[in-house]
Structure formats: C-alpha cells, structure tokens
Design a protein around this ligand. Structure first.
Ligand SMILES: O=C1O[C@H](COP(=O)(O)O)[C@@H](O)[C@H](O)[C@H]1O
Length: 266
C-alpha cells in the first residue's frame, strides 16, 4: 500500500533540472551501494536519455558522493521496442548514443541488460519478454523466491497520452499482476511490438522518478494530477501505487497550471 504523495520538482530549464536530477540519481546510487554493493536501475527511452546524459556527464565536484561509479551499475530498460539494437527506434541504441558511449573510461563501464536480438523478428514478442524476465531473475533472484524485483531506481518518461514504460491508457496490461515483464503487440505509438516492465514491478522499486519537460506535457500532467479526471492513466497509476517514493522532475512549461498535492524540496 502506497503512503504519501509524489514529490514535484520544477525547474526553469533543462540545465537546472539536470543538476538536481544528477544529485537525486547519485543519492540513489550511494544508498544502493551501501546496501548491496551494486546499483540496479531501469531507464526509459524517449526524451529521458538526453537529459540523463546531461545530468550524469556533467563535471563532478570531486567528492565521492558526486561521482557516478558506473562499473557498479546494472542498467535495465523500463521498456524496449522489438527492433535490432542498432535500429533508430531502439531504446538501447538511444541510451548508448546519448550516454553510455560518452562515459569517460575512468568512470567505469556499466553493465547494460539489452533484449535478446535473436527474438526481435518473432511475430509475438512474448519470448522476448520471457527472456528479459529471466535476465531480471538472474539479477534479483528467481521469481519463485521473490514476488517482485526491487530496483534501486526506475527512471520514467510520460508520453503526451499519459503512457509510461510501454503501458498505454486503457490497455489490459495495466491489470497484469503476475508477470515482471510483459509483451505488447499493438502499441498505439510505433513501433507496435515492445516489451515492458509491469506496473507491480515499477511501483515496487525503491525510488521512481519521472522526467517530463516542455509545454507539450502540460495538458496530460493536469489530468494525471487531477485525482478524478486522469486517475486511470498509466502515469497516474504509478503515482497511486508508489506514493512518496515517486519524484517528478519537470520544467516550468510542463507544469504551468498543474496543481500538485505536494511540492518537494531537494
Ligand atoms: O515510447 C516511449 O515513450 C515514452 C515517453 O517518451 P517521451 O519522449 O514523451 O519522453 C518513453 O518513456 C518510453 O520509454 C518509450 O518507449
């Protein structure tokens, strides 16, 4: 059962957002490393990797707290498209182009958990989802020994229709209770075949952050934070399921006119 309300952080521009996103991610990293020696996170595609790269590739102030220890990171994908890893629609490729390929050698190399390319051509992406779930099980223990994997951090985007991961409004996948990773065969946003973490996995994470910027997100954010109007939207379901574990990093244009239950301090 979720406690509290999501936290909102709103900044004048993406540069200032990136500074605070960096501190937040590194606080999650440092806390995870002190708990279990690795930092296990899931990242989204879309607009997220660009701002994440701006945050993490910035110059450190030299303190251990402000230093990404990438060699201890395991990066999974909150969702992925069933396309080759070098396809321009691939979230793996996007993250690699924006961030991973630009990490200075001295900061180490993260382990990236990509989908199995052998199954991208399958008519049904179910096998792709099952194999990705097995990868999670290797990292987080078998599904019959833990009910859900506990990511240290999940970084999410929010589409203009309120989707997050590849969980789209009104879709039956939103009711999935058992699987950790699910297949989507008919996404309303191309490409149609995808895999996605399920809602129980997302809300079970220790920390969850949305990054949403630009005036194009304003109308959907109004709905998401209006407890009646948008309460069944996927991003709103994350808010409801995870409460104060959720932080929203936005810029001012994205939240113009949005009333949030709680404005957080960093
Ligand atoms: O299709 C997708 O879209 C969402 C939202 O993207 P954004 O560009 O509006 O930030 C993204 O979070 C997801 O990973 C991606 O597959």
């Amino acid at each position: 059962m979720a406690t509290g309300h999501p936290n909102l952080h709103s900044f004048p521009n993406s540069d200032e957002l990136a500074v605070q996103l960096r501190s937040y991610v590194l606080r999650c990293q440092n806390s995870a490393l002190s708990r279990h020696g690795t930092f296990r996170l899931a990242v989204s595609g879309g607009s997220l990797p660009t701002v994440l790269a701006k945050a993490l590739l910035a110059t450190s102030n030299g303190s251990p707290e402000d230093t990404p220890q990438f060699s201890k990171w395991h990066i999974f994908f909150a969702d992925e498209r069933a396309v080759p890893l070098n396809d321009e629609d691939s979230n793996y490729r996007l993250l690699n182009d924006e961030l991973v390929s630009k990490i200075p050698t001295e900061l180490g190399t993260p382990i990236i958990h990509a989908i199995d390319e052998k199954h991208i051509g399958d008519d049904d992406p179910q096998e792709l989802a099952d194999l990705y779930q097995e990868d999670l099980m290797r990292e987080f223990a078998a599904k019959d020994s833990v009910k859900l994997p506990a990511f240290d951090l999940i970084l999410l985007g929010c589409g203009p229709d309120g989707h997050t991961c590849s969980l789209f409004p009104g879709h039956a996948l939103l009711r999935e209770k058992d699987a950790w990773v699910a297949a989507e065969t008919n996404s309303p946003k191309p490409p149609p075949k995808r895999i996605t973490l399920t809602l129980p996995v997302v809300t079970h994470a220790i920390s969850i952050a949305f990054v949403a910027t630009g005036g194009g997100k304003k109308e959907i954010l109004k709905q998401i934070f209006d407890l009646e109007e948008g309460s069944s939207l996927p991003s709103a379901l994350v808010n409801q399921g995870a409460g104060d574990k959720v932080s929203w990093f936005t810029d001012h244009p994205a939240v113009d006119g949005v009333s949030f239950p709680r404005r957080g301090s960093l």
